[in-house]
Design a protein. Structure first.
Length: 300
């Protein structure tokens, strides 16, 4: 008997045309097939996990293999990408924007497709999580028969149920992101801080070009931070610990500037912890504190 599994709400934000009109690899399929692109506000982890599982199933099959009377190429076209007239132009049905380091990694290391730029994909904490998920699924499927893999294939493609909700213009997407991501695997304070800073950048009265530049600067800063946090695959650095140290050092520097004295406190003492609490009252978004009292895109 078929048993479906309800996986919650997928919250989406419609991508404005002036944004996706710059997506050179995707405009052909958007226009020709009347596709509507969306940002995933809440549900990215669920979708990414399902996509990685489907990709691993594809790699399990031989080139001429079939699953549930569906060819490997048909599965790839339905869930991974479509190619333009069978050529090299490909539009990925789920992924990241090109300025996100995970874009190139997802395409080349997860979907095993060739790189357009032939550049080395950046390794970050996020890309390492993608790699670990793929390795996990490969190990699990290796012990299964083709008949068992067919059963697994039905789960993400036929038995997962979602409610789809598209955010309207009267709802602030950044506030919605903070609220919705207080469940599931918790976002780190560093991730929430980035979202809050991007949100604040939209509230300034400066020219749009200045606000766009600030948002780009925030995104580039966070990309650099996560690149270094995940640079050593054998010793990943915790992002919340990084934020804690940054806050403590920042407060120490402010104190030095204020009283003209040096402070050798390393941030681990009771006094250092008080400094950290004071720092986080300034640096941590108000919405984060509200969520912490209740229970506890990053989007670029």
């Amino acid at each position: 008997m078929k048993k479906n599994h309800y996986t919650g709400v997928l919250t989406l934000e419609e991508v404005p045309r002036n944004t996706y009109s710059n997506w050179e690899d995707d405009m052909w399929i958007i226009d020709s097939k009347n596709y509507q692109p969306f940002y995933v506000v809440d549900g990215q982890q669920r979708l990414t996990t399902a996509m990685i599982l489907i990709q691993v199933i594809l790699e399990y099959l031989p080139d001429t293999g079939m699953l549930n009377y569906t060819s490997k190429d048909e599965i790839k076209k339905k869930f991974i990408f479509e190619s333009r007239n069978g050529g090299i132009s490909r539009s990925y049905l789920f992924g990241y924007e090109k300025d996100n380091p995970s874009y190139e990694y997802l395409k080349t290391s997860i979907f095993t497709e060739p790189s357009d730029t032939h550049s080395v994909a950046e390794r970050t904490i996020y890309t390492q999580n993608l790699a670990k998920a793929k390795q996990f699924f490969k190990q699990e499927l290796a012990a299964l028969t083709v008949e068992q893999v067919e059963i697994v294939y039905k789960k993400p493609t036929q038995n997962l149920l979602f409610n789809i909700y598209a955010i309207t213009n009267d709802i602030d997407v950044f506030v919605a992101f903070e609220t919705m991501n207080s469940r599931g695997k918790p976002l780190s304070h560093l991730e929430l801080l980035k979202n809050r800073l991007v949100f604040l950048s939209t509230k300034f009265s400066d020219a749009q070009q200045e606000r766009d530049k600030l948002r780009t600067t925030i995104n580039e800063c966070w990309k650099t931070v996560y690149y270094y946090l995940g640079r050593n695959e054998d010793n990943e650095l915790e992002d919340n610990l990084f934020l804690k140290r940054h806050c403590a050092l920042y407060i120490m520097k402010l104190r030095e500037l204020h009283d003209g004295s040096d402070n050798d406190n390393d941030g681990d003492s009771e006094e250092g912890d008080e400094d950290l609490q004071e720092a986080c009252c300034v640096a941590r978004p108000m919405a984060v504190k509200r969520m912490a009292r209740c229970t506890t895109v990053g989007r670029s």
